[in-house]
Design a protein around this ligand. Structure first.
Ligand code: DGI
Ligand code: FE
Ligand code: FE
Length: 199
């Protein structure tokens, strides 16, 4: 995989708006810091962070069109909330346009919005970095989650999923099946860990 970070950044400046580009760089650096902490591949974290939202600024209609053209499945919930497609479509663009062939990086992009059960370390790093990067300021419990990310990444994943679902419920948004599966998995993992510690 011959990937040039500067050429990715040049292309992203053209295809993302300014705030989204700054967020992307924040996620990339945060993912690299987490990769240092958890002994994950730093360059993979950098690439995944940079490309995770590469499809975000494509208009929703075009997202749907591009998915249909490239045989990317669209679920009912994604049809209702087409912004969710930026993850799958982003992975497709990372592979076809940016020549990413590492499946762990591509899966990190696919899973970065909903999460999934049993994520790899890179998948967890991108999921968490997306929520805690320095420019984020609206999300719930940011101070706590930023600290947790570096002390207990599974707990950070769980708290982010819990707070995201609470937020979506408060807005009356449909919860994606993957989000529910992911939340149940990490809730069980944390509950079981607490039980083991008690006995
Ligand atoms: O692309 P970003 O804004 O950086 O972050 P993201 O890809 O995590 O997208 C965040 C939005 O996605 C946030 O408003 C919550 C929403 N989201 C996450 N899971 C679900 C969801 N929206 C719906 N409708 N259903 C979900 O399961
Ligand atoms: Fe995103
Ligand atoms: Fe993001």
């Amino acid at each position: 995989m011959d990937i040039n970070i500067n050429s990715i950044k040049k292309e992203l400046i053209k295809t993302l708006d300014k705030d989204r580009y700054n967020h992307t760089v924040g996620v990339s650096y945060t993912a690299m810091c987490l990769a240092m902490r958890y002994e994950e591949n730093i360059k993979n974290a950098e690439i995944a962070g940079l490309l995770h939202d590469c499809a975000k600024c494509i208009p929703d209609k075009k997202k749907i069109k591009m998915c249909l053209e490239n045989n990317i499945e669209i679920t009912n919930v994604e049809m209702e909330h087409p912004y969710l497609l930026h993850s799958k479509l982003g992975a497709y663009i990372a592979e076809s346009k940016y020549n990413v062939d590492d499946q762990d990086i591509l899966n990190s992009i696919i899973k970065h919005t909903t999460g999934s059960d049993n994520m790899t370390m890179l998948e967890k790093i991108v999921y968490v970095a997306d929520y805690i990067e320095p420019k984020r300021y609206k999300a719930a419990n940011l101070t706590e989650v930023r600290k947790l990310a570096f002390t207990d990444i599974d707990m950070a994943v769980y708290v982010i999923m819990r707070d995201t679902i609470n937020y979506l419920n408060s807005k009356g948004n449909v919860i994606d099946n993957n989000t529910n599966i992911a939340y149940t998995y990490y809730k069980d993992l944390i509950d079981n860990r607490n039980k083991t510690q008690l006995t």
